[in-house]
Design a binder for this molecule. Structure first.
Ligand SMILES: NC(=O)c1ccc[n+]([C@@H]2O[C@H](COP(=O)([O-])OP(=O)(O)OC[C@H]3O[C@@H](n4cnc5c(N)ncnc54)[C@H](OP(=O)(O)O)[C@@H]3O)[C@@H](O)[C@H]2O)c1
Length: 274
């Protein structure tokens, strides 16, 4: 059944920049009531002001760290208090780390998992009773192409996004009895601040974020998924062809990735060989 976004009460984490910010704009334009969450108060407040003036939508700015249990509780309480409930939870906040796994650290692994996996998981758990009372409720989890195909130098990130995919698929069945739809987004490279926010940035392969999709393209795909109740959407031509190739020829994708890594580390390998 199609979902009507106009009038929906939507909470978006990670809305101070990139995909979350673009999505907040789109759903506000579509007539939703939006709660925008992130740690950067100034960015959120500026966005809330801009959207309120431009779209006349009701926009609620909530400064919160999704990894804090108290902050998660407060964001849900605020939304229930101000909107009278919640219809759509969008788990979009994310961080990444790029570099050789061996020279990264346990701390980075845990921080990536905290933001990208444990936070959305616990936010979902706390939101279930509220969403159950919502109108045509949905949970939207923003994973990544790396959550469907692990990519060298993105090991912590890939692991966290795979974990989110597993949770999403398992919850889809569990939430069916509450009539809560659980949707998955699998975007490819997107032109956002993710690179500036990398916890570790020592990878050798040049990742050209500036050649990625505009965040608005991903936001449009999220809005479409919500409206059409699409279970999973892969966004971007690059993600589509890599995942298609990986489905039919995973060994070839392995070989191509291995060859590229060997090229990038050829000088070291030659030195070690003597
Ligand atoms: N860019 C890409 O190529 C790409 C591709 C596939 C998937 N994705 C996914 O898309 C989602 C959005 O990322 P983006 O590309 O739009 O990057 P971005 O511009 O860096 O946005 C990340 C957002 O997450 C928020 N955030 C980070 N840690 C947080 C925390 N502890 N608590 C609350 N908010 C937090 C940031 O806000 P504050 O810093 O203000 O807290 C920011 O609003 C992420 O889940 C990412 O993994 C991105």
């Amino acid at each position: 059944m199609r979902r009507v976004v106009r009038g929906s009460r939507i909470l978006i984490t990670g809305a101070s920049s990139g995909i979350g910010r673009a999505l907040a704009g789109l759903v506000a334009e579509a007539g939703a009531r939006v709660a925008i969450v992130a740690r950067s108060t100034d960015k959120l407040d500026d966005l809330a002001r801009e959207l309120t003036v431009r779209t006349k939508a009701e926009v609620l700015s909530i400064t919160a760290d999704v990894t804090s249990e108290a902050d998660r509780r407060r964001m849900l309480d605020t939304v229930v208090d101000q909107f009278g409930g919640l219809d759509v939870l969008v788990n979009n906040a994310g961080v990444a780390s790029f570099g050789h796994f061996g020279s990264s650290s346990e701390d980075i692994m845990r921080r990536v998992m905290e933001v990208n996996f444990f936070a959305p998981a616990e936010l979902i758990r706390s939101a279930i009773p509220i969403l159950t009372e919502g109108h045509h409720p949905a949970i939207v989890n923003v994973s990544s192409m790396c959550g469907r195909r692990g990519v060298p130098a993105w090991s912590e990130y890939s692991a966290s996004k795979y974990a989110l995919v597993g949770l999403t698929e398992a919850l889809r069945g569990e939430m069916a009895r509450f009539d809560i739809d659980v949707l998955l987004l699998v975007p490819g490279l997107t032109k956002t601040d993710l690179r500036a926010n990398l916890l570790h940035n020592t990878g050798r392969m040049k990742i050209e974020f500036e050649k990625g999709m505009e965040p608005e393209a991903v936001a449009r795909a999220i809005l479409k998924s919500l409206e059409k109740n699409r279970t999973e959407a892969v966004v971007g031509w690059e993600a589509k062809w890599i995942l298609r190739l990986n489905r039919w020829m995973p060994r070839l994708v392995d070989r191509l990735m291995n060859r590229r890594v060997k090229q990038l580390y050829a000088a070291e390998s030659a030195k070690e060989a003597g």
